[in-house]
Design a protein around this ligand. Structure first.
Ligand code: ATP
Ligand code: MG
Length: 290
């Protein structure tokens, strides 16, 4: 309870919190490389956005189902998942679950979703099934976050076709930059094919260790390469972030005072401020007839 009170103080009194943004922005959290912090970012950014009074939906697009368990749902073979909607066309209101965090819902996943990747191949509009689903839900949420698997399979393509923007977590380690050119190629290809308007929400440095020169070097290189597309918020390597999923909680409900919790709250503020700026620019353009 004490932790929640502390959290409320941080979020509600934040001068940068512009109130709920009604925009249904769809952000795919993706990187073909495994273990870079995609799921950790989806869970903790989602919880931090909801705590800042932005209604948020998490969609677990990964058959590993790590986001589903990390947010507190133990494995249950009878539970309906994204598979039931994408492949069997079940109504979405039978699939969405409320999480323990107020204002945060989830469409869960489990290993059945592997079947979707195969079964979708023969379906019409196979890359656009998730886009159709997201279209039905946009009006109900300020943010929809898609946690992608570490591959470029049909599920990831569905997520990237459905998204307005891609958020790319990059681990601050040796060879981090090697994946970057591959990633940019992928982005270009996606813009030419399934999603011409796909934007970059931001590059997020994860597992940053300020005691090592390597982390500092990788961060500096990424900043000089991507410039302002790199989020100012940096996610440190923090043991609380690694422990929280085994308790089925976002880190802010596990240890609100941890550096990990702080860093994701800060990231959420940055995402909200950017969204508010974009919304303002959109309004200005509409006003001036541009
Ligand atoms: P996959 O590609 O398998 O889906 P991922 O990109 O989703 O992986 P995560 O599952 O978020 O990566 O993180 C990989 C591992 O690193 C997990 O055990 C997670 O708890 C841990 N981890 C993630 N971020 C941090 C961090 N900032 N500090 C410490 N541990 C972290
Ligand atoms: Mg993951």
């Amino acid at each position: 309870m004490k932790q929640l009170a502390h959290l409320e103080t941080i979020l509600i009194n934040s001068p940068r919190n512009p109130g709920e943004i009604k925009l249904g922005r769809v952000i795919a959290i993706a990187n073909q490389k495994g273990g870079v912090g995609k799921t950790t970012t989806a869970v903790n950014l989602g919880a931090s956005l909801a705590a800042a009074e932005q209604r948020t939906l998490l969609i677990d697009c990964d058959p590993q189902g790590n986001m589903t368990t990390a947010i507190g749902f133990a494995k249950d073979p009878t539970r309906r998942t994204l598979y039931h909607q994408l492949v069997l066309n079940e109504p979405v209101d039978r699939i969405i679950l409320k999480t323990q965090v107020e204002g945060l819902d989830i469409i869960p996943s489990d290993k059945n979703l592997v079947g979707a990747a195969v079964e979708l191949v023969s379906m019409e509009n196979r890359e656009f099934r998730l886009r159709a689903l997201v279209g039905q839900l946009r009006d109900s949420y300020a943010f929809i976050l898609l946690d992608c698997p570490p591959s470029l399979d049909l599920l990831t393509l569905n997520a990237l076709a459905a998204a307005d923007a891609i958020l790319v977590p990059i681990q601050c380690e040796y060879l981090a930059l090697e994946g970057v050119s591959e990633l940019l190629d992928t982005l270009m290809r996606l813009r030419r094919t399934i999603n011409p308007s796909l934007a970059i929400e931001g590059i997020l440095l994860t597992m940053y260790d300020d005691r090592t020169t390597l982390s500092k070097q990788v961060a500096a290189d990424l900043k000089s390469f991507f410039g302002s597309q790199v989020f100012e918020s940096i996610i440190p390597r923090n043991v609380r972030l690694a422990e929280a999923p085994s308790h089925g909680k976002p880190v802010m409900f596990y240890d609100i005072h941890s550096k990990g919790a702080e860093s994701y709250i800060q990231l959420a503020q940055e995402v909200i401020v950017n969204a508010a700026k974009r919304a303002g620019q959109g309004a200005k353009c509409a006003h001036s007839g541009a």
